[in-house]
Design a protein around this ligand. Structure first.
Ligand code: G4P
Ligand code: MG
Length: 176
């Protein structure tokens, strides 16, 4: 049996809306959104529909050739003039999945070094598993739409055939 979790664009849109409502209801009012690419890009754009703030993109990779983890995550792309853009700001950091937490924690440490006022973390899926890294202590706000088992999630943007992908999602939903 296919144990993957299939997620549709509509699932993502609704999850992001739900998270945005939680952020709005909290007393956290972000100045900027920082998206971790590439998985965080589409969720970040959807988030902007509900929380209209500038989006900055960062690219960090923990996996090298052959998908083998490197010693530590590496910056592929970073925000220009970070100091000026982030100092004293409230940042909402968004990614699609909190898996090992290694990339997220690395990114948070890097962003914290630019003296923001606060950073909150927002993810669609949080995998329930032993994490390979801890969030820095300064991080006290965490928004996750779903806590999921440690299974592979199939996101719609990875689908070579979106109709087939949506059909798989529908079949899995019916089996539940
Ligand atoms: P974390 O801090 O967010 O937990 O990330 P981690 O270092 O564990 O690296 C996770 C990488 O593996 C990320 O890709 C993430 O998107 C991807 N990943 C982890 N679990 C899943 C899953 O269940 N499904 C899918 N599709 N991807 C998963 P990345 O190297 O940052 O690249 P990108 O895919 O975001 O471009
Ligand atoms: Mg990612």
């Amino acid at each position: 049996m296919d144990t993957k979790i299939y997620v549709t664009y509509n699932d993502i849109h609704k999850a992001v809306k739900r998270l945005a409502c939680k952020v709005i209801e909290s007393d956290f009012d972000p100045d900027v959104i920082v998206a971790i690419g590439s998985g965080g890009f589409i969720p970040a754009r959807i988030l902007k529909t509900f929380i209209n703030r500038p989006i900055y993109a960062v690219g960090i990779s923990y996996y090298g050739i052959d998908n083998i983890p490197m010693d530590s995550p590496q910056k592929i792309q970073w925000i220009d003039e970070v100091q000026q853009k982030l100092a004293g700001k409230k940042i909402l950091l968004i990614d699609e999945v909190d898996d090992t937490r290694v990339t997220l924690s690395y990114c948070l440490e890097e962003l914290l070094s630019h003296d923001p006022e606060e950073i909150a973390v927002l993810v669609i899926h949080n995998k329930q598993k032993a994490k390979g890294a801890r969030f820095p202590e300064a991080i006290t706000r965490y928004f996750a739409a779903f806590d999921v088992e440690d299974r592979w999630i199939r996101y719609p943007w990875d689908a070579p055939d979106i109709e087939e992908h949506d059909e798989c999602a529908r079949q899995h939903y019916l089996k539940k």
